[in-house]
Design a protein around this ligand. Structure first.
Ligand SMILES: Cc1ncc(COP(=O)(O)O)c(C=O)c1O
Length: 232
């Protein structure tokens, strides 16, 4: 599997930490550790003070997965994987996809979303947002291009880099057309709440990847992935 250079990350590697102002980051102003700990209740402070820096369960610490599952209407802690969002994309696509599979991926996007599928050897078809409609992903396009052998539809809402968020009617039409063929993988790192609400609209099988950088203000390459085999 050969992946092409990750243009955005190479750009950040070159510039992000040697400029006075960054006007192109996708995360919000991060919290300080002190600010985060100020929010802790007694139980969390005890967990923090007694934290052993050893290995934990491979899917993530059980109490953390319970907390994450609690963010969703119907996700079992066993369906939660604690991972960085980009790891989640890699793991989900390698679990779901095989060489030659047809994948529909929203574009523009966070490069990993189409690059991992492409590197697996999939036929990746771009679902290009309509700038004239405020970067709308038109469900009618999906209706025309989804195939019985479409293996995966990749959506990212709110969309990075456009910020586009579909109205509920559009999202339900996406879910409807998706149901006619493929499972959904919805890495929505930006705002967990909206993503979990959107993920809830997805009938299984669906996978939703969430990160802590945009709506929690504490990125550090951390997040989780929920894969609904049952209802969301
Ligand atoms: C859609 C999407 N998924 C995953 C990621 C990676 O998240 P993180 O930087 O928290 O590892 C990003 C980062 O911008 C993203 O926009």
């Amino acid at each position: 599997m050969r992946m092409r250079p990750f243009k955005l990350e190479r750009f950040f590697a070159a510039h992000e930490f040697n400029v006075r102002h960054t006007l192109c980051s996708s995360d919000c102003e991060p919290l300080s550790q002190a600010e985060l700990l100020e929010m802790a209740d007694d139980d969390s402070m005890e967990l923090w003070d007694n934290l052993k820096l050893g290995y934990t369960e491979s899917l993530g610490a059980p109490h953390l997965r319970e907390e994450i599952a609690g963010l969703y209407a119907d996700v079992d802690p066993a369906e939660v994987l604690v991972c960085s969002p980009v790891e989640g994309i890699f793991v989900a696509m390698n679990a779901i996809l095989e060489k030659g599979d047809h994948v529909i991926c929203g574009f523009p996007d966070y490069q990993a979303l189409d690059e991992v599928a492409r590197a697996i050897g999939c036929e990746v078809e771009r679902w290009t947002a309509d700038e004239g409609q405020g970067w709308r992903f038109d469900p009618a396009w999906l209706q025309k291009h989804i195939r019985p052998d479409t293996k995966l539809i990749v959506v990212n809402f709110p969309n990075n880099p456009t910020g586009f968020l579909p109205c509920l009617e559009d999202f339900e039409r996406i879910v409807y057309w998706r149901a006619s063929a493929a499972p959904t993988c919805s890495p929505t790192r930006c705002t967990g709440t909206s993503s979990s609400r959107m993920a809830r609209g997805c009938r299984p099988p669906a996978t939703s990847t969430t990160g802590r950088s945009a709506y929690m203000g504490c990125p550090r390459r951390s997040g989780w992935q929920g894969s609904g085999s049952a209802g969301w």
